[in-house]
Write a protein that binds this ligand. Structure first.
Ligand SMILES: [Zn+2]
Length: 432
């Protein structure tokens, strides 16, 4: 079955929407953008005084960065977000047209690097797939690129923070609706439409006060390799993701898909290692990632460095693999994003068929979740996959969680797994 699935996946494509990029909200920082609807607390974090805690930003630079330029783009703007990102970065001193060239090492002398956020919906667009249901937090852009330079350190805001209150979480679907969607995926697998498909649910809660401290706390959760925040005009994203969507260092492209979860107990670990269902689900995604990397790699260089390594995130064990390849000559950021977004571990396989099914079954868009968030600089890319991620707009906090559905999936177990993934996120946001 794996050989067959790989063969079928190779027929998917070509990916990418090759329209000419439009000039849109590029420019001189968030103050130049349309006014947001967020409350004063969220708006106060805009601009050069905002703290810089972008996931995967270089640790030695974090305390000495100031915002230099910002691009926001949304699906309705048209054009190709991958090409726009690459062009915007080049125009602001960060050429990423050829990631095999070594980093120019400008730390301390000017432009350092940039935060890059690409939503799951934008990733689906790049893959030529439906972009999914309407977003629950339309204040969030689908692409944000924020260029940072070394400069005066951010100024702390005076005064005590406003009291933080977080309301009850309201799910976008009931456990029964979630279970029905799991059964619909199983039926699609039975028909041969897909081998595996991910389903993601959404929940939102009203808040009063400043959501930034709550979102920042997520980054300190154990196992959050991509811990941090990114903010804009009337929106913010807080990330506790353990998963590497794509990393490029020294001309090597690496992805670390995570698939398979159990409680962080001795029994849970033994169960995960022994589960044929989890292993089958995991291997399918490793196959998909090998296929994705092969499209941007030098021929014959794709390898699996590590398969089904069990690692911990909060109170969960998770299975992770490492897939590596040598970047093809002249590989640029836009082609890298087109080949890897959205990440296979949150779509299913084959990717295009799974995205089509996701779009039909999920009642609410994936928002800030299941996208890419991290740091880019010449010769260096490090993007997390935004699982275990929350977002704020002016009124509500939003979380998303789900899992991969295979033929062997049990609807009630899938509902419970999604709940297990959001429990530490919600507790942390609440301040418990
Ligand atoms: Zn730097």
């Amino acid at each position: 079955m794996h050989g067959k699935s790989t063969e079928r996946m190779r027929k998917v494509g070509p990916y990418g929407v090759e329209t000419l990029p439009q000039v849109c909200a590029a420019g001189s920082g968030p103050a130049g953008l349309a006014a947001g609807s967020g409350p004063a607390a969220l708006a106060a974090h805009r601009g050069p005084a905002a703290s810089i805690d972008v996931p995967a930003a270089p640790a030695v630079c974090r305390g000495a960065l100031t915002e230099r330029a910002r691009l926001h783009w949304s699906l309705g703007d048209g054009g190709d977000p991958a090409a726009l990102a690459e062009e915007f970065l080049a125009a602001h001193g960060l050429p990423l047209h050829d990631l095999t060239r070594p980093s120019t090492g400008q730390h301390g002398t000017g432009v350092c690097g940039a935060a890059l956020y690409l939503s799951a919906a934008a990733g689906a667009l790049l893959a030529g797939a439906p972009t999914g249901a309407p977003e629950p937090a339309p204040a969030l852009p689908d692409l944000a690129v924020v260029v940072y330079q070394h400069g005066p350190t951010p100024v702390a805001r005076p005064g005590p923070p406003p009291p933080w209150w977080l309301g009850e979480w309201v799910e976008s679907w009931t456990p029964g609706q979630h279970a029905a969607a799991v059964d619909a995926v199983r039926a699609a697998i039975g028909r041969g439409d897909v081998y595996q498909s991910n389903l993601v649910g959404h929940a939102a809660a009203s808040y009063t006060g400043d959501p930034l401290p709550a979102l920042s706390r997520l980054g300190a959760l154990p196992g959050a390799r991509y811990g941090g925040v990114l903010t804009g005009d009337g929106w913010a994203i807080g990330c506790a993701s353990p998963e590497t969507l794509v990393e490029v260092t020294d001309g090597q492209v690496i992805t670390r898909p995570i698939k398979g979860t159990r409680p962080a107990t001795a029994t849970g670990r033994a169960e995960l290692l022994a589960s044929a269902k989890e292993r089958a689900e995991h291997i399918m995604i490793v196959d998909l990632e090998r296929n994705d990397l092969a499209r941007i790699a030098r021929t014959g260089t794709v390898t699996v460095d590590e398969l089904f390594a069990v690692r911990r995130w909060c109170d969960l064990w998770q299975a992770e693999s490492t897939v590596r390849a040598a970047a093809a000559d002249g590989l640029g950021l836009a082609d890298l994003l087109r080949a890897t977004c959205p990440g296979g571990s949150v779509t299913g396989a084959p990717k295009l068929a799974a995205l089509t099914q996701i779009s039909a079954l999920e009642p609410v868009g994936r928002g800030a979740s299941m996208g890419a968030l991290g740091w880019v600089a010449p010769g260096h890319v490090d993007l997390g996959l935004t699982i275990r991620t929350a977002a704020a707009d002016g009124q509500r906090l939003h979380t998303w969680a789900g899992g991969g559905i295979t033929w062997d999936s049990d609807a009630h177990a899938e509902v419970a797994e999604a709940a297990a993934k959001t429990t530490p996120i919600r507790a942390t946001l609440a301040g418990r």
